[in-house]
Design a protein around this ligand. Structure first.
Ligand SMILES: [Zn+2]
Length: 370
């Protein structure tokens, strides 16, 4: 089955998603499924200091150390990572391209916005109008990402990041609707930061009114609010739930995320959860002193899932295939996916793995002259 390639910073790339789990594991349980295919659904691979931003914002800018640890992730079976830092909040697209080239990890970059406080007031998306934001996000997804120096790269963003402060003010709503519109137009997954799941009911209600399908939305950090009944409801509505407190003692994972995960699996929601690490803080990396760091999915999460009785296909889904499947499904359901120009580089075959920089993109020249 020809799946839609994932948009990485080095161009479209084929990754095994849920379909491969079904084909290999469920249909014939004796067929060997390589368990070593891990995707960090909510990663932070680079965060520059934001001029005019808050002093307490995380910074992640030790290039050689990040490269080495990402390479170790790749060696342990790490295939891809979604970098969740949006432009204007510390994203550096050139660094992401460099990390992908150096390590072979498929890096999916984000356009979009973070909470208001992470952006410098002078250049904040929160002060722009919705139409402009939709255009800006869509251009980053379909043409190329803005460089911190003001140019535009050939590398495209693959997801839209949005942030929900917990309550829906007029501004918050306008921003979320703009992010959803761009994700829908370009066929991208919408990745939403929540403040420990606060107000996710209102957020879900707003999202369900948008043309973007709920299946194209990943709700992040919701395991910090381990209410299994609420999670089951969100899963039934179609959302992908991102959990990332496995390695954080302060969130008491034994008492919270693990029982939550077991409850959701027992309830049949194995396709609705994506495990992640969210290593925004440099102290969470091995080079910053953590004993596990970026190897958390293969070294801690997967073994613990197995210990708790998850089967190989379930482990595979939770540690990579689910999020890949959602990225692919979002690309396939985009209205633009039927327009020949929009998916020209997505054709299957050898060309699909070529870096975007060398793939002909008729709109790239328009971007440069814009
Ligand atoms: Zn994050």
């Amino acid at each position: 089955m020809a799946a839609h390639p994932i948009t990485t910073v080095l161009g479209p790339r084929e990754l095994d998603g849920d379909a491969s789990v079904d084909t290999h594991a469920n249909v014939d349980p004796h067929v060997y499924v390589d368990p070593n295919v891990y995707v960090d659904a909510h990663a932070h691979l680079w965060i520059s200091r934001v001029e005019g931003g808050p002093a307490d914002a995380p910074v992640l800018d030790d290039a050689p150390a990040i490269r080495d640890e990402l390479a170790a992730f790749a060696a342990a079976g790490g295939r891809a990572a979604i970098d969740c830092q949006p432009p204007g909040a510390g994203r550096d697209a050139r660094r992401l391209v460099w990390l992908a080239e150096q390590t072979g990890v498929a890096v999916v970059a984000a356009t979009g916005f973070h909470l208001r406080r992470y952006h410098a007031e002078a250049d904040s998306p929160w002060t722009r109008d919705a139409d402009l934001l939709v255009d800006r996000f869509t251009a980053e997804l379909t043409v190329g990402m803005e460089d911190p120096d003001g140019g535009r790269l050939a590398a495209r963003a693959g997801v839209v990041k949005a942030a929900h402060a917990g309550t829906l003010g007029r501004d918050g709503e306008r921003m979320l609707v703009a992010a959803a519109a761009a994700a829908h137009a370009a066929g991208a997954l919408l990745v939403i930061h929540t403040e420990r799941g606060a107000g996710v009911e209102g957020l879900a209600a707003l999202l369900l009114e948008q043309p973007l399908p709920a299946a194209s939305v990943m709700l992040c950090h919701v395991d910090k609010r381990p209410d299994a009944r609420l999670h089951a409801e969100l899963a039934r509505a179609g959302f992908l739930l991102e959990y990332d407190t496995f390695m954080r003692p302060k969130y008491a994972p034994r008492d919270n995320v693990w029982p939550l995960l077991e409850a959701l699996l027992a309830d049949g929601h194995e396709r609705s959860i994506a495990c992640a690490l969210d290593l925004a803080d440099h102290a969470l990396w091995r080079f910053g002193g953590d004993p596990v760091g970026m190897a958390g999915l293969p070294d801690v999460v997967a073994p613990e899932l197995r210990r708790r009785g998850a089967g190989p296909a379930q482990v595979r889904r939770l540690t990579g295939a689910n999020v890949v499947d959602r990225l692919q499904a979002a690309a396939a359901t985009a209205p633009a996916a039927t327009a020949p120009a929009a998916t020209a580089p997505a054709a299957t075959g050898p060309a699909a793995t070529a870096p975007a920089a060398t793939a002909p993109d008729p709109r790239a020249s328009m971007a440069r002259s814009a």
